[in-house]
Design a protein around this ligand. Structure first.
Ligand code: PMP
Length: 490
């Protein structure tokens, strides 16, 4: 970063100093940390990314970061914003765009709802415990509510034990370093979430990347790891940990779990599965990818998930064998240094889990899981019939619709909002430059009428913007359309 004095501030950490070919440092850092201009820092941004931000993103950025002012239910309220300076700044008009159909929130089971009858227990917990715990799990921050929640999570997942954390992102980034370190090898899917990537980097283990959901690419890395061991010394790796997700949030793909489990057994590696987008949303009773494939959950060494999507709350969990969880209770930075989960949040998750497991004495939770599966298959099928290209597995509620051209992204999102449909659009650098897409999240709370309204708008938009790229239109499957619709009771 240039400063007015013509130097560049060096904090000694952020900038890697590139070595000259003769091995000397290419700049002189003075004692006060100022270095001379014209020296070659490793750039924080690539030139091209800058070009993209200035010339494209600035023109269309009204389609991101739109504030909403209601619960992220199937319908939500969006605050109207305008820009007077070509998107450099925004100003609120004071008006609210009411009842927009929400196709973007990860509200898979529709539990991120406004206060209703079944949320009474949360109010009780709020009155009894307050909002904050004001201590870590190790000190005075372990409540009976945490214990109750952890037992319930373990029961839900059908494993020996579970531990919960206040933040999903930190569940990955702070626990992976407790599991592996120097001398260990991490094999990570190329499309893994940033929290997994950060955890892997913080751990100090060697990281190798395999192609997305590609078991041949993974096996090659495993074979090489076992044959060659660590670089230079050729000692065997202390541990090999495979990191994958259950459902990938930008692709809608479901992990090839049976093949990966077979590989991890063959090469004696460990497996860590992040179920942020699959827990509650995949499997006949919402128990995630192990249930989806009919596998014993103990086949996965570390089951991780978040409560931010299907459970309408916040936080994350790690579950598996009791010795794993006991180890993390002592060694995880998230357990030792972070304040524990807020009690009303813990109660919201307990309530959601009881609902899904039928422990509330109703079949409402199961109905939501089934409804989500039905809505997902219907929505995906209809889009394919229309001739759109969509990615992923037909059972994944994350549905990416390929727009390809960055220029179409803005027109698409703006037109959809005019029709009172809120969508998430994704482009470079989150996707390859020529693979911009809209990413829908189907919810159990969407009625057939809502989905049909969205599909009708998409059909129109597909013709207007010429988005129906597929040469292999799917034929109609009427068995998916006969709606034995049920309204979700609260
Ligand atoms: N893992 C995955 C795969 C995610 O997609 C996310 C966030 N969407 C996280 C972890 C982080 O979870 P949270 O948002 O609950 O902190």
């Amino acid at each position: 970063m240039a400063n007015p004095g013509g130097g560049a501030v060096c904090n000694g950490k952020l900038h890697n100093h590139k070595k000259q070919s003769n091995g000397s440092q290419s700049r002189n850092c003075t004692k006060n940390g100022i270095v001379k201009e014209g020296q070659d820092f490793v750039p924080l941004y690539q030139d091209f990314e800058n070009f993209y931000t200035r010339n494209l993103y600035m023109r269309i950025r009204d389609n991101w970061n739109r504030p909403i002012c209601s619960a992220p239910g199937p319908l939500f309220d969006v605050m109207e914003r305008v820009s007077d300076d070509y998107n450099w700044t925004f100003r609120f008009t004071g008006r609210v765009i009411k009842d927009v159909i929400n196709m973007g929130s990860y509200n898979f089971l529709g539990l991120a709802a406004k206060y209703d009858e079944s949320m009474r227990t949360i109010k009780d917990v709020l009155e009894a415990y307050g909002t904050g715990v004001a201590s870590t799990r190790h000190e005075m921050g372990t409540l009976d509510k945490h214990k109750e929640l952890e037992d319930l999570v373990a029961k839900f997942l059908n494993v020996e034990a579970a531990m919960v954390f206040g933040m999903g992102f930190a569940t990955n980034s702070m626990n992976i370093p407790a599991l592996v370190g120097k001398g260990c090898l991490i094999l990570s899917d190329e499309l893994n979430h940033a929290s997994l990537v950060l955890g892997a980097r913080l751990s100090g283990a060697t990281i190798r990347i395999f192609k997305h959901n590609n078991t041949q690419s993974l096996e090659k890395l495993l074979r090489d790891a076992v044959i060659y061991g660590q670089p230079r010394t050729r000692r065997a790796w202390k541990k090999i940990l495979i990191l994958v997700e259950g459902v990938y949030s930008m692709e809608g793909s479901i992990v090839h779990l049976p093949q990966i489990i077979a590989l991890k057994k063959k090469y004696k590696a460990y497996l860590y599965v992040d179920e942020a987008h699959s827990i509650g949303a995949v499997g006949p009773t919402g128990r995630g990818v192990t249930e989806f494939f009919g596998l014993d959950p103990h086949e996965v060494d570390v089951l991780m998930g978040t409560f931010t999507k299907s459970f309408g709350a916040s936080g994350g969990y790690i579950a598996g064998r009791k010795d794993l969880v006991d180890y993390l209770r002592v060694h995880s930075h998230s357990a030792v240094y972070a304040s524990s989960m807020s009690p009303p949040i813990a109660e919201q998750i307990i309530r959601s889990l009881k609902l899904i497991m039928g422990l509330d004495g109703t079949t409402q939770g199961l109905q939501r899981v089934q409804r989500l599966a039905k809505n997902t298959r219907y929505f995906r099928q209809r889009l394919q019939e229309m001739g759109f290209i969509i990615y992923g597995n037909e059972n994944a509620s994350v549905v990416p619709l390929l727009l390809y051209m960055p220029g179409k992204v803005a027109a698409f999102a703006r037109h959809m909002l005019e029709k009172k449909i809120g969508v998430v659009v994704v482009g470079f650098p989150a996707t390859p430059l020529a693979e911009a897409r809209a990413r829908f999240c189907v919810s159990a709370a969407h009625t057939r009428e809502m989905l049909d309204t969205v599909l009708e708008a998409l059909d129109e938009m597909g013709d207007l913007l010429q988005l129906k790229y597929s040469r292999h239109k799917k034929s109609a499957r009427p068995e998916l359309y006969d709606e034995t619709s049920f309204e979700l009771e609260d």
